[in-house]
Design a protein. Structure first.
Length: 316
């Protein structure tokens, strides 16, 4: 989902840059400089042409508000080495969980589904039992507001414990303000695997609130079941999206130092990422950074760590 104010751009406009063309050509041609497989843990599929439409994305985002399915992702990643994806449900509609699971049965590209259920609700247990009958259902995603509201509620904690007992994970989406609540949540449900979406966040503000956020991120980095999904790297600066690894190195280094080699996972946030750059350009930045760490760190980042976090399944 869109969590930062970013401008809509078209692929044609973006590809007008010779530098981007070079990046994309390099990404597709450099067979030696790529991991053995790439599992993208953050994509969205949806179909606004369905009779019921979709609750997200909004019509006001014309680049996103279009039929977006696995075959579209296959085209976007052609030649880039992406072998599978964990799809994150951005719709709050219950039956859209089943819609994605049905899609996963048809498309081998999908190795896992992160659904949308509301812990603490009266039907959470039965809904979880229903969807976990499909082995591709690997967890749920909630946002920072739901965490803040739910922490004082016994039913909310009990349902997240039920999630952990089912060997499923929890994706979380929010900003710096969410991090202190995540520490508390991790304390309350210590065996729950948590994946923080769209890191790195923008630097926290100075002062007490910023200090709390920085300290909380450091504490989460010490929790062995908390993972950082590096799916929010690129930024637009003065009308330009830098694609040089050096521009993002400091914040990537901070994540590396905080979470280490075993708890960073790859996600593109496609197709939302198209608002900033084509898929190949998004991949280029993190691929260059992690390959510089060595073959095994790159293997862990691009698929081994996500296997530990999501326990996704290869389709036969």
């Amino acid at each position: 989902m869109v969590t930062r104010a970013i401008e809509t751009i078209t692929r044609r406009t973006f590809l007008g840059s010779a530098a981007v063309e070079a990046f994309l050509a390099s990404a597709r041609s450099d067979e030696a400089g790529r991991p053995s497989r790439i599992i993208d843990t953050h994509t969205h599929f949806y179909d606004p042409t369905r009779p019921q439409g979709v609750p997200w994305p909004p019509r006001s985002e014309p680049l996103l508000y279009r039929r977006t399915l696995p075959q579209d992702l296959r085209q976007a990643v052609q030649g880039l080495g992406v072998t599978g994806t964990v799809v994150v449900e951005a719709s709050p509609w219950l039956e859209d969980n089943q819609w994605l699971l049905n899609l996963a049965k048809e498309k081998k590209l999908i190795v896992g589904v992160v659904g949308h259920l509301e812990p603490g609700g009266p039907m959470f247990k039965s809904h979880l039992q229903r969807f976990t009958k499909d082995r591709r259902f690997r967890g749920i995603r909630i946002d920072g507001k739901m965490i803040a509201t739910g922490l004082p509620q016994a039913a909310f904690i009990a349902d997240l414990q039920r999630l952990a007992d089912s060997d499923l994970e929890l994706d979380v989406i929010g900003e710096n303000e969410m991090l202190t609540d995540l520490v508390t949540l991790s304390d309350r449900v210590p065996y729950l695997r948590i994946v923080i979406n769209h890191l790195p966040f923008d630097p926290p503000e100075e002062g007490n609130a910023g200090d709390k956020a920085r300290n909380a991120l450091g504490e989460l980095g010490r929790r062995p079941r908390v993972y950082a999904k590096v799916s929010g790297v690129l930024r637009r600066i003065k009308g330009r999206v830098p694609l040089e690894v050096s521009f993002y190195r400091q914040r990537l280094d901070q994540l590396w130092d905080t979470f280490g080699v075993d708890r960073l996972v790859y996600g593109s946030n496609w197709p939302v990422s198209n608002l900033l750059a084509p898929y190949g350009a998004v991949l280029h930045v993190v691929r260059e950074y992690f390959l510089a760490k060595g073959v095994e760190p790159a293997e862990k980042y691009f698929w081994k760590n996500s296997l530990a976090a999501y326990k996704w399944v290869d389709n036969p």
